[in-house]
Every structure is written in structure tokens, then in C-alpha cells.
Design a protein around this ligand. Sequence first.
Ligand code: VNL
Length: 388
Amino acid sequence: MDRRLVLAAALGLAAAAALPARAQEVAKIGLILPMTGPFASTGKQIEAAVKLFQARNGDTAGGRKVQVILKDDGGTADVTKRLAQELIVNDKVVAIAGFGLTPLALAAAPLATQAKVPAIVMAAATSTVTEASPFVVRTSFTLAQVTVPMAEWAARDGIRKVVTLVSDYGPGIDAEKAFTEVFTKAGGTVENLRVPLRNPDFSPFLQRAADAKPDAVFVFTPSGVGAQFMKQFVERGLDKGGIRLISTGDVVDDDILNDMGDAALGVVSTHHYSAAHDSAENKAFVEAFRKAAGFRPNFMAVGGWDGMQALYAGLDATKGQGGQALVDAIKGTTWTSPRGLLTIDGATRDVVQSVYVRKVERKDGELWNVEFGSSPAVKDPVKAAKAP
Ligand code: VNL
């Protein structure tokens, strides 16, 4: 036989032998979440969504079996970092994912860069998170993205004087800045208050807010904390004082909204997801989620669901390859999520999505954030302002 033919046959054999071996190799995903501690509701929501995604979409992508390894960081950045390291080095994961809060995502980002392992941020929402590593892809949102439409709505609705009250760290500061910039440009006046992230006592800040006699208080607290805020808002009598409450959707999060009671009725907020979103995709999602998990999905669940969607689409495109190829494959991807149409921005790796204006209403005996307005295809305004 011609030598070249022998060589080609040998190469063909080698390729054929290599393929099934790769195909059998499990693609592991390291899912790092706060399953315990003050932000455990975020972990619980995302875990349930990831499980549901695999139950409904199967456990293979790009010809590889996808295995999710769940780790609990308790909401502590040092632990997130150690777990990310172990998952990358020992388990040889194709991607790390999760990241319930900004400091946790920022702790893992340098490891993603070093190891060239994609990090799918399903929750953390400070604008800078995607800039911490070229391997970060975000499927949640940014605070600036959802806050700008709130400030615009407030100005349009005749609100003139606002006290902002935010948790004192990355996303809260982004929310405060975005609200203040847009609202003052529209002619309003703003006073800024910040409350500690850990063990927050809102009472003294609510007293100061009441003393300032604003038309409205604008609030950001991270997911899960809104119930505590609402309780103190009522205890201080602010719900009866003629001061309106406006917020990002994090405060009236679907996980806790139904337990807030009548005080939450009428609260206007802006966000990228409401469990009441009126679409066929969302109805199917909420129904399946409630059935499987036993509780209502919130925006964290949708961040987790779409994180899996991004990973599966990416793995399909690379035929199971991770690393830079996987990040590149995810960039620019578009799909219909329970939240609506979603695109991963090819330049920033952030989510481009609709932001909705919603009002808390009682329907069929439950409280819901009912959407009544929307801005389509909103980019992260912080990065949009920096773009050339
Ligand atoms: C963050 C942003 C966390 C929004 C949240 O809940 C949230 C963050 C835990 O970037 O830390 O609702």
C-alpha cells in the first residue's frame, strides 16, 4: 500500500479511537453556592433550577455527559476561592458556576483566568464582575441595568424627592449611583443612605428617611433580605406615612414576596424577572419548578436556569470542549428564557435583556409582581457608557 495511505489510515484509526474516549469523558461543572448562612435562599433557588434544567433537558451536551458537582461556600469569599481551586485542580471541571454574591464571584475570577476555565456567574450583579476575568460569563443582570428604568419611571410618575437606601457593597453602590445620576438629571433631588450588608438593622436609616419627608424611598437589598426590611418599614409606620416605596426586584423577590403581607401591596419595582411574567415559556417553567422544588422560583432560579442553557449551548457548539473555545461559543448566544429574550453580549459577556416595571398585586390569593411596562434589550449601562 502507498505509504501515504497507510499513514492516513493510521491517523483515521487514531482519530476514531480518540473520539469515543472523549465522548465518554464526563464534563464536570463545579457549582459553588451559598447553601448555608444568611444567603442560603439564593443557593436553594439556583440548585433547584439547575436540577430542573437537567431533568428537562437531559444530562448530555456536546456529546458528553454533564455532571454537576455542588459545593457550599456558606457565602464566604475565602471558601469560594478554595472550592474553585479544588474543583479546577482535582476535579478538572470544564467550568465553574454559581456565585451568589459579588465578593464571591470576585474571589473566584482570578482562578478562572489562570486556569482558563469559564466561570458562569448566575447571581452576582455588580457591573465590574465581568471585567474581573475574560472567562466570566454572566446570566443574571446588573444593578445599574435594572435601576436606570426605575429612576426614569419615578421621574415620569411625578416623584420629585427620593431617599435611596442600599446595602453598602458593590451592587448597592451601583444601584445608588445609577438612580442618583438618572433621577437628578431628570430634575429630582436625592439623599443617599447606606446600610451594612451583614446583619442589617434598617430602623435608624428608616427614621432618617422618614425625617427627610421624601416622596419615595428607593431601596436595594440583596435577595432574601427584603422580608426583614419590609418588617421594619411597617414597624416604623412608614407604610402609613405617605412615603412611597420603590425598589429593585431584589427587595420584593418572589421567594419571600408572598409572606410579606399587605404592606407590600402597591410597591413598584423594576427587574428582569417576575414569576408572574406572562409568557408560555415562563408558565411552563414556574409550573414545573413549583412541582419539582415545592416553592416559587425567583430571579436567582432563572439566573441558574439560563446559566445551564448557556453552558449546554456552548458545549454543543464546541462538541464538548471547554476553555477559551467554550467562552467564545457562548458569546453572542440568544435564547428565549422564562424572563423573555436574552442575549449574551459578545463584547462584555453580560446579559442584554428586557427590564420590566412591576407592581405588587394580589391575584388568586397570592402576592405577585405584576408587570405593566418594559424596556427591551437593555445593556449594562455602566459598560455601555465606557464603550468607544
Ligand atoms: C447580589 C446582587 C446579590 C443582587 C444578591 O442577592 C442580589 C450581589 C444575594 O451581586 O452580591 O439580589
